[in-house]
Design a protein around this ligand. Structure first.
Ligand code: SF4
Ligand code: SF4
Length: 429
């Protein structure tokens, strides 16, 4: 839908500023009471969810025009969705995230482009991944693992690595460990390797919605060609694209879909994954935005007055994947979980999303450092998550700030507990 289709949402904003805060009944301290990295960092209402809607309303009403300043404000936002979740506590007739997405699509339509994002889109068009790395090398991360070729050898489970796990050399052992872990539980899995491609979710968030739809169509054909009945992805961004964005676009993958945290929970429940080794650690869990609020299933498009929209069709950010990773963590002997102040639907973003890492790296790093401080305040030894983008930026932030905090992917701790790996140098081997 175009920006003008959200006129009622934008007009409906009561300027209450609740979108800047964790809902007040959830606040534990002043230090961690804010929820929006954009307005917290830039300290001007325009950067909040409400401020962006006011700019959208002004443009749609013909009172102002899109320019470089407005474009930059629109893109200095991780699209983390925290504003939408907070607004929905009070106003379930406003779809703030949809307005933020429509604003970006409007920028692209009007030719107001961010140079770094143009590079990402160019990389996607050339090599089917957001980094512009050679598509023929996408499966190199699995070298020597002797994993099935999903296209030729027809495994039951297709393991989708995603762009960052496929190409980030520092995260290679993490994703290799995830495959070893699944195989130790007897899962018949394969990867598409060089035949895997980007999910297209990043293109959608950057405002290139047509490009994103092409990637979705392509992904549907690629997944169908494998004949797999189950798709497991280790990437939260891909999971949100498959679980929310594709149904929103009317695309069907035709498989049972799991994020790896959900699949591990299922395997453990069935007794196939045995987490027996002690991993004595006090940890805290970071909810990735794409695994939490942004993966909440698509509930259909409501065409009438949003005040009359049935409850079942409201996306509130509360139905993301919050329990599965916590249940897996708690089932690892020796692990003690201590929660941060902002969790689940109200979690603070890692900083990497929405194209911020590419275009505004200093803002991304500041956002990550804020989360590291919140994790340290719990007294935890380690921050655990399950998203390659969060992992990347948190590990960089710890290195940058010198914080005494280990950063793990959940699969790394599970691998050690399953007796398939050891922790060394802040990662599982
Ligand atoms: S919480 Fe919702 S209604 Fe209130 S200012 Fe923010 S966007 Fe507007
Ligand atoms: S999506 Fe996140 S960063 Fe963007 S305005 Fe909303 S809360 Fe702020």
């Amino acid at each position: 839908m175009a920006l003008q289709d959200y006129l009622r949402d934008m007009e409906g904003c009561s300027r209450c500023s609740s979108c800047k805060w964790v809902p007040f009944n959830q606040v534990k301290s002043w230090r961690f009471a804010k929820n929006c990295p954009s307005v917290t960092r830039h300290n001007l209402h325009a950067f909040s969810g409400s401020g962006k809607m006011i700019m959208g309303l002004s443009m749609v009403s013909g009172r102002s025009e899109l320019n470089d300043t407005v474009t930059e404000i629109i893109y200095r936002c991780q699209l983390c969705g925290a504003c939408d979740t907070a607004c929905k506590v009070y106003r379930d007739d406003i779809d703030l995230m949809d307005v933020l997405l429509a604003l970006r699509a409007h920028c692209v339509e009007q030719g107001q482009l961010i140079p770094e994002h143009m590079l990402t889109i160019d990389a996607l068009k050339r090599e089917d991944n957001v980094f512009g790395e050679p598509k023929a090398r996408r499966g190199d991360w699995a070298e020597g693992l002797d994993v099935k070729d999903a296209v030729g050898e027809k495994p039951q489970v297709l393991f989708h690595a995603g762009c960052r796990y496929s190409y980030d050399p520092d995260l290679r052992e993490t994703v290799r460990g995830a495959v070893r872990l699944l195989r130790s539980a007897g899962v018949d899995l394969g990867i598409a390797g060089a035949d895997e491609a980007c999910c297209g979710g990043r293109a959608f968030e950057l405002g290139y919605q047509g490009e994103s739809e092409n990637f979705a169509d392509d992904m549907v054909s690629r997944v169908k060609a494998t004949g797999a009945s189950v798709l497991v992805t280790a990437c939260s961004d891909c999971y949100a694209a498959f679980n929310y964005l594709y149904p929103r676009m009317g695309k069907e993958l035709g498989v049972e879909l799991y994020h790896i945290t959900q699949y591990l929970e299922k395997l453990a429940g069935e007794g196939r994954l045995r987490l027996r080794q002690r991993v004595p650690k006090l940890v805290t869990w970071h909810d990735p935005c794409h695994l939490g609020r942004k993966s909440e299933p698509f509930t259909g498009e409501w065409k009438g007055d949003k005040l009359l929209r049935p409850v079942t069709m409201k996306r509130t950010g509360k139905k993301g994947v919050y329990d599965a990773p916590r249940n897996v963590l708690k089932s690892i002997p020796g692990i003690e979980l201590v929660e941060m102040e902002r969790i689940k639907g109200y979690a603070w973003c890692c900083g990497a999303g929405g194209g911020v890492l590419e275009a505004f790296p200093e803002f991304a790093a500041w956002t990550a450092a804020e989360r590291i401080e919140e994790a340290l305040a719990t007294g935890a030894e380690a921050l655990v998550t399950s998203c390659p983008w969060c992992l990347r930026i948190f590990r960089d932030a710890v290195e940058e700030t010198g914080a005494l905090l280990e950063v793990y992917d959940l699969t790394e701790l599970a691998l050690v507990s399953a007796g398939e790996g050891v922790l060394a140098g802040g990662a599982a081997r």
